[in-house]
Design a binder for this molecule. Structure first.
Ligand code: SF4
Length: 352
């Protein structure tokens, strides 16, 4: 597991972020925030998927009107996403949002940012300082000639110092570029300069497989460097997928507890439908909240050996399959009994 860098603790409602708290998984509603019914439906879907922080765009007064109901109906902290308009940010905090995400660079005058800070102080809300390549201050851009990693960090640290000088510390920072490499480099530099918790994401990652891969490489490489306290995978498409991918990234690095199903790539020795069985295994055991690696292997000859590091698993045969635990074969069962046999072994492992 990557060794995490210590950051200070901040609070989004009752959710602790930083100081080695579990890395939380966020997503964002994609409905029109003025449309209460569809937004509430999406909030429920995200909660069901295990999303731990829900961000909602508040682009206008009508959306702001609905925000208190979104906060009231959500069982997880709600962050209002605000651009340009500091009054909406102050209004969102007063409406009960647990946090606001602002890009100080597009809010304008510092007095407006001070108003947001004061409102957050009064309400105990969190502010996410979002810096991105598209909205760097003119002087920063001029001195670096391009939105480089160094330019992003200079802008972020400028705001970190501003917030701290105002006596406000309940904030986290995000820096975004659609370039994976620039984002990676910027995070290494940023974590040297501040102990504020860091929100990770790769902006405009795209859609489908490419979006998942780009997010996983970007977020994964930064997590591997020990950096990151909360993540959001940004994908075009339904937000529940962002949550699933977020957890998969964290589980693949051993950074969140949970079940990991590994399966062999299959080859000419394969005796069972590995993909279908792996999906069934995942659905049956995904609720278990502790680290457990379950292997689904396509043949009895190489399967148990190749999956030796798994906690338990199945190696499929034509009619019968082998069930193994910690590398040792413990049962031979009919193929239709595989899931029940695995459950027995998992009970021994989790209760033992
Ligand atoms: S476990 Fe068996 S079926 Fe799967 S890839 Fe290895 S040799 Fe092939």
């Amino acid at each position: 597991m990557p060794e995490r860098k210590r950051t200070r603790a901040v609070y989004l409602g009752s959710l602790k972020i930083g100081d080695f708290a579990p890395i939380s998984v966020q997503s964002m509603t994609k409905t029109d925030s003025r449309d209460k019914e569809s937004t509430l439906k999406q909030i429920r879907e995200l909660e069901d998927a295990g999303c731990e922080v829900i961000r909602i765009s508040i682009p206008d007064e009508e959306s702001l009107e609905n925000l208190k109901d979104y906060v009231a109906c959500s069982s997880v902290p709600v962050v209002a996403d605000i651009h340009f308009n500091h009054r909406l940010a102050v209004g969102a905090i007063k409406a009960g949002a647990h946090g606001v995400r602002i890009n100080p660079g597009n809010i304008g005058d510092k007095s407006k940012i001070r108003e947001i800070i004061e409102a957050a102080k009064d309400a105990g809300s969190l502010i996410r300082i979002g810096v991105n390549a598209g909205s760097l201050e003119r002087d920063v851009l001029k001195s670096h000639s391009a939105p480089t990693a160094e330019a992003l960090v200079e802008s972020a640290i400028r705001w970190v110092e501003f917030f701290e000088d105002e006596g406000f510390f309940n904030f986290k920072v995000s820096i975004k570029s659609s370039s994976v490499f620039v984002t990676y480099k910027a995070h290494l530099l940023l974590s040297e300069r501040t102990d504020a918790p860091i929100h990770l994401g790769i902006t405009e990652a795209g859609f489908g497989e490419y979006g998942v891969v780009k997010s996983s490489v970007g977020i994964g490489s930064i997590l591997m460097a020990g950096i990151g306290d909360t993540i959001r995978v940004s994908l075009t498409g339904e937000p529940v997928r962002e949550v699933r991918v977020g957890y998969a990234i964290l589980r693949s690095l051993g950074l969140r507890e949970g079940v990991e199903v590994i399966s062999c790539p299959t080859c000419s020795r394969t005796k069972i439908d590995v993909e279908t069985l792996a999906q069934k295994v995942w659905r049956r055991f995904r609720h278990i909240r502790r680290n457990l690696k379950i292997a689904v292997m396509g043949c009895e000859v190489n399967g148990p050996g190749e999956a030796r590091e798994a906690d338990c698993g199945v190696a499929g045969g034509k009619s019968y399959s082998l069930i193994f635990k910690k590398g040792e074969i413990v049962e031979k069962v009919k193929n239709e009994e595989v899931l029940d046999a695995l459950e027995r072994v998992i009970e021994e492992l989790t209760n033992g």
